[in-house]
Write a protein that binds this ligand. Structure first.
Ligand SMILES: [Ca+2]
Length: 327
């Protein structure tokens, strides 16, 4: 028996599909292939966050997972151990990461857990703290090259990145690292390591500063600080964002209900990575106690454009306040 032409199965009138329809089908196929090629060519990025610590990680992660400039390979969790922290801080970060990717309908995104302890010993040292997160960074970095680097963005202590490089030093030249931490006085060219993220793993921060092969970018806490969100306005906008908005409001109320504003430290770094034109940086010498080399240190951010970009992306497209935008 001679099989019927395919078009007779789809077309009840038993007439050939029109050229217009075939053209549309062909266009859709071309667009689909193009999208795949673009996705494969995007720079690879891993986001590492101490998400249970404060609330700004949630906003930074939400923003980074709603873009197509970079291909996010994983959202990893990091510890934020201190005597007021919850008992197993990395498990808390992991819990929040998994909840957020569910709300963003991105459960296919890998979420490897990080180390529960800082690098080295409490008095110093460089002993790596291996973890699924560190192994994920190693494998992703091995798959890239110095010409097409893996971007690793650390929104908390840099334990997982530093441990990954300590375990496999050859990956350092394959990585562009971005850290939120330290304070830096550009006028006096003075570092201050007394920031929350650096205090949570000074060994890791020092290890990365000392790593000559690593291209390191630092968003100092004092430069990120002007990026604040007003609570009431933020809550109003969350009401337009369904379950995700309700989650973000609930987290703010649960942790910092009395705070009328919050500094979106981590979002400042994510916006600077996504929109380099919204921030400036300078090459600066490392602190005197570290290996002498140059690292990139941000010295300014454009606060309102960063806020506008965040809301433009996360609010539903119907929102009239951003009519005519490119969302
Ligand atoms: Ca953080």
């Amino acid at each position: 028996m001679t099989p019927k032409p395919v078009w007779t199965i789809c077309n009840t009138n038993k007439k050939p599909l029109s050229w217009t329809l075939w053209s549309i089908v062909l266009l859709l196929i071309v667009l689909s292939v193009s999208k795949t090629v673009v996705a494969q060519n995007r720079p690879h990025l891993i986001l590492d966050a101490d998400t249970a610590n404060e609330i700004d990680d949630l906003y930074a992660i939400t923003r980074m997972l709603k873009q197509d400039k970079y291909e996010v390979l994983a959202l990893t969790s990091t510890q934020w151990i201190h005597y007021l922290a919850e008992e197993d801080s990395v498990v808390g970060s992991q819990r929040e990461n998994e909840a957020l990717v569910r709300l963003l309908d991105m459960t296919e995104l890998p979420t490897p857990i990080g180390s529960k302890e800082p690098m080295g010993k409490p008095w110093g040292g460089e002993e790596a703290k291996d973890s699924p997160a560190a192994q994920f960074i190693i494998n992703a970095a091995k798959a890239t090259s110095p010409e097409s680097k893996l971007i690793v963005v650390c929104l908390g202590a840099s334990t997982n990145l530093a441990s990954a490089i300590k375990l496999k030093p050859s990956i350092a030249s394959n990585i562009d690292a971005y850290l939120l931490g330290f304070r830096y006085d550009h006028a006096k060219q003075i570092w201050n390591k007394s920031s929350f993220n650096v205090r949570r793993d000074l060994n890791a921060a020092d290890y990365l500063l000392n790593c000559r092969a690593l291209n390191l970018h630092v968003m100092p806490a004092n430069v990120a600080r002007p990026l604040t969100f007003a609570r009431d306005e933020t809550f109003d906008r969350h009401e337009e964002m369904g379950e995700l908005g309700a989650h973000l409001t609930a987290k703010w109320k649960a942790r910092f209900a009395d705070f009328k504003t919050w500094v979106m430290w981590d979002l400042a770094l994510v916006e600077a990575v996504l929109h380099p034109e919204l921030a400036t940086m300078k090459q600066c010498s490392t602190p005197p106690e570290n290996t002498a080399r140059k690292v990139w240190v941000y010295d300014s951010i454009q606060v309102q454009p960063m806020r506008d970009d965040y809301w433009k992306i996360v609010l539903p497209k119907k929102d009239a306040r951003f009519k005519g935008s490119d969302r």
